[in-house]
Design a protein around this ligand. Sequence first.
Ligand code: ADP
Ligand code: MG
Length: 607
Amino acid sequence: MTIRVLSEQLSSQIAAGEVVERPSSVVKELVENALDAGATTINVEVRGGGRELIQVADNGEGITADDIETAFLRHATSKLKTVDDLELIRTLGFRGEALSSIAAVSRLTIVSRSERAQAGTRLVLEGGQKSDRETVGAPQGTVIAVENLFYNVPARLKFLKSVTTEKRLIDEFVTRYAMAYPHVRFRLTHDNRIGFQTTGNGNVQDVLLAVYGPDATRQLLEIGAAEQGDRVEQPVQDSRVAIEVTGYIGPPNLNWANRSRITLFVNGRWIKDKSLTYAVIQAYHTLLPAGRYPLGIIFISLPPEQVDVNVHPAKTEVRFRRSNEVFGAVQRTVRGTLIAQSPVRSLGAWTVTGESGTIPADWMGSLSQQAFDRHENNAQGELQLDWSRRFAPADQVVGEEEKSASPEAPLMENERLPIMRVVGQVGAAYIITEGPDGLYLIDQHAAHERILYEQFMAQWEQKDVVSQGLMAGSAVHFPPSQATLLEEKLDTLDGLGFKVEPFGPNAFMVRAIPAIVSNTDPARALQVVVEDLERGDAPLQESIEDRIVLRVCKSAAIKAGKTLSQSEMEALVQQLEACRNPHTCPHGRPTLIHLSVAQLARQFGRT
Ligand code: ADP
Ligand code: MG
């Protein structure tokens, strides 16, 4: 076989494949160019999911008649001159590949007029070859129309998904950039129908409204903002590298079966990053049900020299110089907001909307109520401390020293519960209590699960899980597949307080179990753990230990349907008060509903 240099046309088609994978990549590149050109209005028109037409019109700086043909040469860019510039990229583009790549695989028409030019230029390229050029009257800015995408690359054409899928991917790109650039007015039409538009008034929340609709938007929490209601939270700043994390996240009850609602931007560029996505997910740990993922729009800003955007032609992957610090900043910012704002469910709103299990309509309202409560509580701080010391068992009182000793302590400035008085039990499932501001309904099972979980995790983090020996061991038989699994996990279980020994073929002897769950049937406790391990469908962020602890706490927690004595209820409530994160069970369901004095008054028509 003879070695040949590929023709210019073939090599540019191959190169184009890296940049232009599908219609949405064309939209992305053209929108990025418009943003780099300083446009304040960007109109995207799509037909046939992008196969027939993608047209992006902007009012940016435009291209001069002298430059317009150069712009379509490979590696032609106005954004980069020297290798040093590569370190300090502030534009979305810099590789000079998009226009040449798109032109190589389509029929492309550009009309552009730069600011000072009297007239515009219209240029037509077919498969990258100039086929027409003329001077035309045109407004300042650039319009690029891409028709017959991939007409000359049949292999690509075959791999395109359905029109619906391509439309969705285009929608995603346009909405992402609209969120990151709220000062720019975007409009997207599919087959002449407006799919999405923003006003460009600079208000991110207005864009979020257009993207997520009113219900979800109302619930979003701002992260890393300088002002949050009456709370002042500084954007997370690293002492050596200024990493700023801002954006919006959903409350835990807003969750999905996949990660696609987590959107990341670095210095205004949308990126894909598994590790940072995971940082967001991890911040929701124990607040979300297993296998569910949150919503997050995360903007990360850092000095350009701290991030390498030149990893792949599509520029959607980046490398950070200090990836651990960026990870930490994202995780801390999200977690901090989440913990600070984790609300008590408000009963009033539930009766108003009539929907149980959805977020109360006046969520934000109840937040400020809580902030008010906290101030009140602080004013009575001494009293509160006395109370907790008097009633909580010594090991339940978390003193300031202990709090700061724990590595997670700074994140855990949670809304602690106020001291509560037990009033009674309803339906053998809920405990009614009175607090400084009205009454609380506590789900006894969910609350107990939370308590056991936190106690267990505290011991486990200290590598000090207390084990309770069994007088007579308890023998358990397993089917062979489960027995093998258990055999592999004996060491892990040991660290968690389960002393289990092989006891003949496919049988095990339980000698001890974690003291925290010592009221459970040892054989049953081991069985649920093994069943759970076997299913193996837990999200990645949960370690095996975590899963075991979650499972064990669930099975050991008091069930709904159990009548509790006054002292049992008091003990439970005191322990819940001592929890760092008392508002949800470890699976993310609420542990309590609050009905404030004001809400009571409103419901009874007293105000
Ligand atoms: P890059 O964006 O990496 O520089 P492109 O191939 O996307 O490369 O674009 C090549 C050049 O064409 C850009 O550097 C820019 O000068 C010019 N250009 C492209 N699109 C526009 C636009 N919408 N407005 C003004 N100039 C543009
Ligand atoms: Mg570009």
